[in-house]
Ligand binder design. Structure first.
Ligand code: C2E
Ligand code: CA
Ligand code: CA
Length: 553
């Protein structure tokens, strides 16, 4: 044992001084008088009532995990008997939330003025994951402990609400990490206005916080929505006070729980799903968990997995069908549109309207799109021997245009066959994004430069881009099927189609009418001067062999 004479008051003074510059907890144990002195912050984290107290051994042993008590007692006895100079142990301490965490406790056994002391420090092992230094909040692990403690002791119900900053990544990139931290502090301060206990508000990974709220009296998830609104209003007022030197919005997702039924992981998954839904639905809002929507989402993921498997295993179950496009003037075949079909082991036959959005979501449309272009080009190459002016229409998704090197893929795949580029028309559906992206415009110009033609698909259904008609980017306007159904009976449809055809012709564009099913519809659109017709009247989409049988003989 080290013998050095010093003053306890002086020691306390140093302890208080040093504790401010360390995340560890400092301590002085006085064996002779059975007293203990700890850093002041110790009571915030561990289940000790005071930071300075007598009857130290028994009080300390109450916060030590029962399985670790013997080990610690032995070490302390050896130290106080002078058989040990150093104390260096890892054991578990009880925290304020009733759970145990591992600590590392190191110190020196000292004698001063005949009094035996242990002087040292305690650090929490894995402290980084329990605390967030920026916001001063507990992290997810603690939330999990709290939830599991709740589940042990009572059948509680309530909700978990995740709150996230919208576009946090961009905010960080644009204004720096310091602003990002500031935003998180504004958010947590706002939540603290309404949530006072430390074990209700947690810092989650990324830009998210979690509010854990067991129902006290009335069980109503509307509480989550109201809380969200109050937090949002508070943040708005802070932003206003700061004269808009900082601006952000928040989204939230809340899920109800019943500790008897839901595991922590289920609850967290549900809340995350709702937050994700809030962001997808336009941000700056709070969504409540909906089990039906979640089921749909999980099913979608299942289909996406099967699509991925089929694509990686040689495009298993995919087949291109072809629908004829006729010239109504002479009833001659002008070309065809390539339409994808998928018949999988797991889901059977599924329509493209269902699986194309999933392919787009996962960017799987890019590899499949290449396969489609290659197959359509091979088929086109074959059919031009029967019909020299044959034109193949190939659909392009917006994702292929903005997220892949589409021009390179098209040129490579089509270049393998001898049919020249003017045998191909690429169909794109009009979207708002298309208009807003200069990159899209460049891609279109490349297509035209290479002698391909472009068609505006589903014209009239979405955001009708008359600008593209005027700029001569497109060669063909494909009028959507919804205008054609009963065109012979619906005067408004007749007028719309008449107007579109006139305008397109004035601008030097061709018009293809989709979805013509009956003789009456055909004579109507013929009368209006349509250049091409595609519809069940002339033929449904069919496989290569059937197409050859029905249209090329
Ligand atoms: P779309 O490009 O507008 O294709 C025309 C759709 O209308 C096809 O549906 C076709 O079968 C259907 N159709 C044609 N004539 C008639 C008719 O007279 N009556 C009726 N009731 N329907 C008719 P399909 O094949 O189910 O394709 C649906 C959509 O899926 C396509 O609409 C297109 O947006 C997308 N799609 C299909 N194949 C591909 C592809 O290879 N690539 C991409 N990116 N999208 C594709
Ligand atoms: Ca199309
Ligand atoms: Ca269409």
């Amino acid at each position: 044992m080290i013998r050095r004479d010093f003053d306890l008051e002086e020691m306390k003074y140093f302890l208080n001084l040093v504790e401010q510059s360390t995340d560890d907890y400092l301590y002085i144990l006085d064996f002779t008088n059975d007293r203990a002195i700890y850093s002041k912050t110790i009571t915030k984290v561990f289940a000790l009532e005071e930071c300075e107290f007598s009857n130290a051994t028994s009080k300390i042993m109450k916060v030590v995990h029962p399985d670790d008590v013997d080990m610690l007692m032995e070490d302390l006895q050896e130290g106080s008997n002078g058989r040990r100079k150093e104390h260096n142990l890892e054991y578990r301490w009880k925290t304020v939330d009733g759970t145990y965490v591992a600590i590392s406790c190191r110190g020196q056994y000292v004698i001063s003025h005949g009094v035996k002391y242990l002087i040292g420090r305690i650090s929490e092992i894995g402290k980084q994951t329990r605390f967030d230094n920026n916001t001063g909040l507990y992290r997810e692990v603690v939330l999990e402990n709290v939830y599991n403690e709740y589940a042990k002791t009572r059948n509680a119900q309530g909700f978990l609400m995740l709150v996230g900053v919208d576009n946090f990544k961009e905010l960080n990139e644009k204004y720096g990490a310091k602003t990002g931290d500031e935003v998180l502090n504004i958010l947590t301060d706002a939540i603290r206005k309404y949530i006072d206990t430390p074990l209700r508000l947690f810092r989650m990974p990324g830009d998210e916080c979690a509010v854990f709220m067991p129902y006290s009296m009335e069980k109503n998830i509307e509480q989550a929505k109201n809380l969200y609104k109050r937090i949002r209003n508070y943040i708005d007022s802070v932003i206003e006070q700061r004269k808009y030197d900082i601006f952000f919005t928040i989204s939230a997702g809340a899920a109800e729980f019943n500790t008897e039924k839901d595991s922590f992981n289920d609850l967290l998954k549900n809340a995350k799903f709702s937050l994700h839904a809030a962001k997808l639905n336009g941000k700056n809002r709070c969504e409540i968990f909906d089990a039906g929507e979640y089921k749909e989402y999980i099913e979608k993921l299942g289909v996406q997995d099967e699509l991925r498997r089929c694509i990686s295993e040689g495009f298993e179950g995919f087949e291109l069908y072809f629908q004829p496009i006729y010239n109504p003037e002479n009833d001659c075949l002008a070309g065809s549109e390539a339409l994808i079909r998928w018949n999988s082991r797991k889901y059977g036959f599924m329509g493209p309207d269902r699986f194309i959005p999933l392919l787009e979501d996962s960017a799987l449309i890019i590899p499949l799109g290449k396969w489609i272009i290659d197959n359509a080009a091979r088929t086109c190459n074959k059919w031009i021997t029967n019909i020299p002016n044959f034109v193949m229409h190939i659909n392009l998704s917006f994702i292929q245009i903005v997220k892949s090197n589409i021009i390179k893929d098209v040129i490579e795949n089509i270049g393998r066959y001898s049919a020249s580029n003017n045998h191909y028309i690429f169909e794109v559906t009009e979207t708002i994004e298309m208009d807003q992206m200069p990159a899209v415009d460049r891609v279109f110009k490349e297509f035209i430069k290479n002698g391909f033609r472009l068609a505006i698909d589903d014209f009239g259904t979405g955001y009708s881009n008359y600008g593209y008609m005027r700029d001569k980017t497109f060669d063909i306007v494909k009028v959507d099927r919804s205008f054609i159904t009963d065109i012979d009976k619906q005067r408004n449809n007749y007028l719309m189609v008449s107007f579109i055809i006139k305008m397109a012709h004035e601008m030097g564009l061709h018009v293809c009418i989709e979805g013509v099913e009956t003789k009456e519809e055909l004579s109507c659109v013929k009368e209006l001067g349509a250049d091409y017709i595609q519809g069940y009247y002339y033929g449904k989409p069919v496989c290569v062999a059937d197409f050859e049988e029905q249209h090329l003989k």
